[in-house]
Design a protein around this ligand. Sequence first.
Ligand SMILES: NC(=O)c1ccc[n+]([C@@H]2O[C@H](COP(=O)([O-])OP(=O)(O)OC[C@H]3O[C@@H](n4cnc5c(N)ncnc54)[C@H](O)[C@@H]3O)[C@@H](O)[C@H]2O)c1
Ligand SMILES: O[C@H]1[C@H](O)[C@@H](O)[C@H](O)[C@@H](O)[C@H]1O
Length: 340
Amino acid sequence: MSLRIGVLGTGMIGQDHIRRLTQVLSGAEVVAVNDIDRSRAEAAAPQGAKVHDTPQALIASDAVEAVVICSWGPAHEEQLLGCIAAGKPVFCEKPLVTSEAAALRVMEAETAFGRRLVQVGFMRRFDADYRRLKAVIDAGSLGAPLLYRSVHRNASVPAGLYTSEMPLNDTLVHDADISRWLLSDEITGVEVRVPRRSSRGGDLRDPTLVLLHTAAGAIVSVEISVNVGYGYDIRGEVSCEDGIAALPNRPAPVVSDRHGIRQAIPEDWRERFIEAYDQEFREWIVAARAGTATGPSTWDGYAATLVADAALRAVDSGRLEPVRMRGKPALYGTPIAAAA
Ligand SMILES: NC(=O)c1ccc[n+]([C@@H]2O[C@H](COP(=O)([O-])OP(=O)(O)OC[C@H]3O[C@@H](n4cnc5c(N)ncnc54)[C@H](O)[C@@H]3O)[C@@H](O)[C@H]2O)c1
Ligand SMILES: O[C@H]1[C@H](O)[C@@H](O)[C@H](O)[C@@H](O)[C@H]1O
């Protein structure tokens, strides 16, 4: 039997996830959709899927066994709490929520329920290159990780909709999460430095340089540039005591012509992480069919939210801003020793 899924939010990524759930992956079907823009939901609904008037009606529907949230960040809390109250597994696109208080409310609801229901859309953890990079670090032959350089470049962002806070509370969450996961470490402090602005972004504060300090004493530098024009360029390199390990360049045909020898760069996140999103949903479908969730948890979404909050404080203060996490509930596994 296929997992019967309802999708909340049928914009850019909602449509892409509906495509993969209906045309690429097996074991799932999209039976219901909702969007505050009803015409968008109608256009995105696969044949036979019901278009619901409200997220609450979709979550409550007996036809829906599990939910995928692809609405805007500020809408996530209410929709997550609705899914947890209904006991339905839920995949939630990043960011989990947009404030520490909201993250704690979701965590309290899930821990009171007593079983993991929430998986957060940190798709990099499902990318084969990142998984191999983590395996090298975990093997330990390079010694302890000291520095991690994370480069996050978007070709462009929607003008007017993407604001100067968003490099820190929308884009950085991916780098914060992958750093915690790769280094098996927690982030304890955040600094932000702002160089001269790129003329490509108008008034937008871009690029931004973020330093994440970890409990074990490593430092992560994150370059966030959201208007580079040339493509979606994601890089990562870990410097350890006895060597370095880096993400490889993406395999692409090597073109030789009068401009030289070159390889294409992905256009956007859909192209760069296409296999990662597929794998993320393969693993989610298996877990959701068992009535639970796997991979990035509410705890991980909470951690990324705290980093985003600290980064927003740091860009104003110019100082190192602390990240103070609560004790980790047992539902989310054992705390990382260095951070305990
Ligand atoms: N993991 C990733 O790489 C990745 C990539 C893109 C977007 N995202 C995340 O996915 C989410 C959606 O992003 P997008 O780019 O598709 O945005 P979008 O603006 O294209 O689509 C969002 C949709 O949600 C709808 N919506 C908003 N509030 C709603 C509500 N309360 N109930 C129902 N529908 C509602 C909007 O009408 C819109 O159609 C965001 O949280 C974003 O950060 C993640
Ligand atoms: O919502 C998107 C998405 O999360 C992308 O993966 C990220 O590169 C963008 O900066 C962000 O705006």
